[in-house]
Design a protein around this ligand. Structure first.
Ligand code: NAD
Length: 317
């Protein structure tokens, strides 16, 4: 089996001073990548700053014979994103891999008590954070005709009963990633999404002690890093996909649509009458992009927009 390696590649890993990002940076460097270890060294909700975490991970990588440099800029500011990408370009002249991993989370208040500052903090760190790093990185990747990007979502983006700001931005990253994947298809740039589960200081905040214990015992971060590395590799066969990963499991997460109900003149009553068809009419189709849904709305879409490339029968792969 040939070893998966990243010799000559330059990787940026944000939030790499702790938890998952640290594991990613260490594995990519162990496989030959030069790694910009970015971390502003805040607490789990972004207060405080320290150069320590990024520098410690760089020292660890260098101690094992790898190549790394520290960056302590915040991804939450556009100037920070520009500085992170510039640091990699100034030092190594290229950016091949970006892992958008930096993140904040805590146990929040009830939905109706969420304040604006808190919602902004989530949007700025997770969603703007990805835009801030990816815009300058995209320019550099586009110029070289090559790039691998992994953005970090969460299975909470599928819904969770007691958090709202965090799942909302994690869902936003899916839309960004899938659109960038389509945009990058002709540019040599692949973009995928990871939904990790790992025992870190972030997941240690889970309120239920039984869940906390289960995560701590079952999901070491090192078990997520191998999938992440594969998604960063030049031979990764997919783009625009979402993967759940933790405790040794790696699995594709799919969005599907069904043909459903089509009526010439729907009324509230006719929809009520045919509710079964709305809910389960026809086979699910994996929607790799929005055109799949548009095509199901009306067959005319295919002739207007060209053939749909974004679909696949559920279970066919
Ligand atoms: P962590 O707190 O251990 O690590 C996150 C790191 O990001 C920290 O070192 C922090 O300093 C850094 N960071 C935060 N904001 C930053 C900013 N503005 N600029 C630069 N660095 C910043 O948490 P983790 O569990 O390793 O989380 C990593 C990613 O995985 C996050 O995006 C998180 O939302 C996501 N995630 C984690 C889990 C899990 O089970 N641990 C589950 C789903 C998603």
């Amino acid at each position: 089996m040939t070893e998966i390696r990243f010799d000559d590649r330059v990787a940026i890993v944000t939030g790499a001073g702790n938890g998952l990002g640290r594991e990613y940076a260490i594995l990519l460097a162990a496989r030959g990548a030069r790694v910009l270890v970015n971390d502003y060294g805040g607490n789990t909700m972004g207060s405080g700053r320290s150069e320590g975490p990024a520098r410690d991970v760089v020292a660890e990588i260098e101690g094992s014979g790898g190549v790394a440099a520290a960056s302590t800029d915040s991804v939450a500011e556009s100037a920070g994103g520009a500085a992170i990408v510039a640091a990699a370009l100034d030092r190594w002249g290229r950016v091949d891999i970006v892992v958008n991993n930096a993140g904040i989370a805590d146990v929040g208040p009830a939905f109706e008590d969420l304040d604006d500052d808190r919602i902004h903090a989530f949007i700025e760190t997770h969603l703007f954070g990805a835009f801030n790093v990816l815009r300058p990185a995209w320019r550099a990747m586009r110029e070289r005709g090559y790039g691998r990007i992994v953005n970090t979502s969460s299975n909470t983006a599928l819904g969770i009963a007691n958090a709202f700001d965090y799942p909302a931005v994690k869902a936003g990253l899916i839309g960004l990633s899938r659109s960038l994947a389509l945009h990058g298809a002709s540019l040599g740039i692949k973009v995928n999404v990871i939904m990790p589960l790992a025992a870190t200081r972030m997941s240690a905040q889970v309120a239920d002690p039984k869940v906390r214990k289960w995560i701590a015992e079952t999901f070491p971060p090192r078990k997520v890093a191998p999938l992440l590395a594969w998604l960063c590799h030049e031979s990764v066969p997919v783009s625009g996909e979402i993967f759940s990963c933790g405790g040794g499991r790696a699995a594709r997460v799919m969005t599907t649509v069904i043909p459903g109900l089509k009526q010439d003149e729907p009324t509230p009553e006719s929809i009520r009458e045919q509710w079964e068809v709305v809910m389960s009419g026809g086979d699910p189709v994996v929607a790799l992009d929005g055109s799949v849904d548009a095509q199901m709305m009306d067959d005319g879409f295919a002739s207007i927009a060209g053939s749909s490339v974004g679909s696949e029968r559920s279970g066919s792969s």
